[in-house]
Design a protein around this ligand. Structure first.
Ligand code: NG6
Ligand code: CA
Length: 513
């Protein structure tokens, strides 16, 4: 591997020691990373939900370690995924906000990624599911009827079966190794985020054609009776069927595991559940009593069960690290009239935490997180260590005994003791960002939210964002629901937090994390 390819200017991090293998242990565990979309801390029964049961995630939690203070690096998808796959805070890079369906590659091919790490360590690497990090050279210029270059394969993945962006963004097709699946050359695909194509119906002009109506936005091209963000034309045979997305992705993930069972493999399995539009498979429709949002939580749990069953059936469960987490916190109404609000009842998607998706309050990034690894992680543990997905790449590098190229994962650190349950303290600090690109710092049990612009409350999604022109300071240990702003009462803590955050933003922070 030519390491120079990966040189990026950044702070060189020197962190913890490599994992010490017991004698005779296989040194190449498989890794399956199940990454949910918009599933909140309180959405899963392992985290205390009583309104919905998610037994397969519970089974994984019982087999491994469940984190109660683990965070995504951002409160929306693209920056969270960027940070998770590169180990760099997304707010350091422009162009890492929520990507359109015709965005060019957000991670440039010369960037070292988690997939590069596994690939370089001799693993077969696969990505199945929601991508949302752009495809092709630049925004809006893709030809969807040809191989999309650069693509996921240029970031270290040997195999990919992806939704380009989100379920609610066109093009509504799967892209396998850069090519749209089931594309009929006689019916080419056209995509635009600027204008509609003449004669094509939209949700705005033709609501009579819709089976699920938008509540806000989502009123452009209609696919399967659901209007989306963006315009597309053609590709009729290639269009996904929303109720089949979960099963299709599970089939691809299971097939990947079956095909690679004799080699070490890394699978990044990113589900569409529970993002909008929520259209469950008929097996789950109506089963939760909470409408489609609850139903797709059951569907997500089923998907996790399918992965665990496959690993057991193939005898791989003993040598596979399974991780389950989510890209950001929950949202109830994210743009469709799907009864999520009306049927929510007592369910608390964010648990006791304030805010939700798009927010700097805890529910924005404090997400479900479980790690399991037989014989290495003692079963049934619960850890309240401050942890973040941004450390996964450096942690896997340490577990594999792999050297990372200089400049890789500038904000991530080997936290293997945390993820394996031996350290209950975790990171010294963590910076997370919200939908308005404002930042907060979590350190020593305190949360500081830096003043910034943007709405304090997004009424369409009914979420408090944390945006404020005034500094906010919360004592997370004694006030985990962030009810009382202590900025005026504790200027000492406020000043220290401010200084720490600015140091991190400037790249002058001390080590170790
Ligand atoms: C927002 C969409 C929302 C969702 C989000 C991205 C509107 C009105 N809202 O702009 O529905 O798609 O982007 O979600 O269009 S994420 O989980 O992929 O970040
Ligand atoms: Ca998301």
């Amino acid at each position: 591997m030519n390491l120079n390819r990966y040189l990026v200017p950044s702070v060189l991090m020197v962190c913890g020691s490599a994992y010490a293998w017991a004698e005779g242990e296989p040194s190449r565990p498989n890794v399956v990373l199940v990454y949910a979309d918009d599933i909140g801390y309180g959405d899963l029964s392992c985290n205390g939900a009583r309104t919905v049961r998610t037994p397969n995630v519970e089974r994984l939690a019982q087999a491994g370690i469940r984190f109660t203070n683990a965070h995504s690096a951002a409160a929306t998808s693209t920056p969270s995924r960027y940070a998770m796959l590169t180990g760099e805070y997304a707010w350091r890079r422009s162009g890492t906000g929520i990507a359109d369906g015709d965005a060019g590659m957000v991670i440039r091919p010369d960037r070292f990624t988690m997939a590069d790490l596994f690939h370089g360590a001799g693993y077969v690497t696969g990505m199945v599911g929601k991508w949302h990090l752009g495809l092709g050279e630049e925004n809006g210029t893709q030809n969807w009827n040809e191989k999309l270059v650069p693509g996921i394969g240029d970031l270290g993945f040997d195999y990919s079966f992806a939704m380009a962006a989100t379920g609610d963004r066109v093009p509504c097709v799967f892209v396998e190794n850069g090519n749209v699946v089931n594309l009929d050359p006689a019916d080419p695909i056209e995509v635009s985020y600027k204008h509609n194509f003449p004669g094509e119906p939209t949700g705005r002009d033709n609501p009579e054609l819709l089976r699920m109506r938008p509540s806000h936005g989502h009123d452009m091209s209609i696919v399967n009776g659901i209007s989306r963000i963006g315009y597309m034309k053609g590709g009729k045979k290639a269009l996904w069927k929303d109720e089949e997305i979960a099963a299709t992705l599970v089939d691809k993930a299971v097939a990947f595991i079956e095909e690679q069972k004799d080699k070490p493999f890394f699978l990044y399995f990113a589900t569409q559940d529970a993002h909008v539009p929520r259209v469950p498979d008929p097996r789950f429709a109506g089963k939760s009593g909470m409408g489609p949002r609850g139903d797709v939580l059951l569907e997500f749990d089923w998907a996790v069960g399918q992965i665990l069953d496959t690993l057991e059936r193939l005898g791989l469960d003993g040598n596979t690290i399974v991780v389950v987490s989510s890209d950001n916190g929950p949202v109830v109404d994210d743009g469709y009239q799907d009864q999520a609000v009306e049927l929510l009842g007592d369910h608390k998607p964010g648990g006791i935490y304030r805010g939700g998706k798009y927010s700097l309050y805890e529910a924005g990034t404090r997400v479900p997180c479980i790690w399991s690894w037989k014989n290495h992680i003692e079963p049934g543990q619960v850890s309240d260590a401050l942890a973040c997905q941004i450390d996964w790449m450096a942690t896997f590098a340490a577990l594999l005994g792999e050297q990372l190229p200089e400049g890789a994962t500038p904000d991530g650190c080997d936290q293997s003791d945390v993820w394996l349950g031996k350290d209950r303290k975790g990171r010294k600090n963590l910076v997370v960002q919200n939908g308005a690109n404002n930042l907060s710092l979590i350190q020593d049990g305190w949360k500081y939210i830096r003043p910034g612009g943007g709405e304090p409350y997004i009424s369409s999604v009914r979420i408090e964002t944390g945006n404020s022109g005034e500094p906010q300071l919360f004592d997370l240990k004694n006030d985990p629901s962030e009810k009382k702003n202590l900025a005026a009462e504790r200027p000492d803590v406020l000043d220290a937090m401010k200084e720490s955050l600015e140091e991190i933003v400037d790249g002058r922070y001390g080590l170790p994390l």
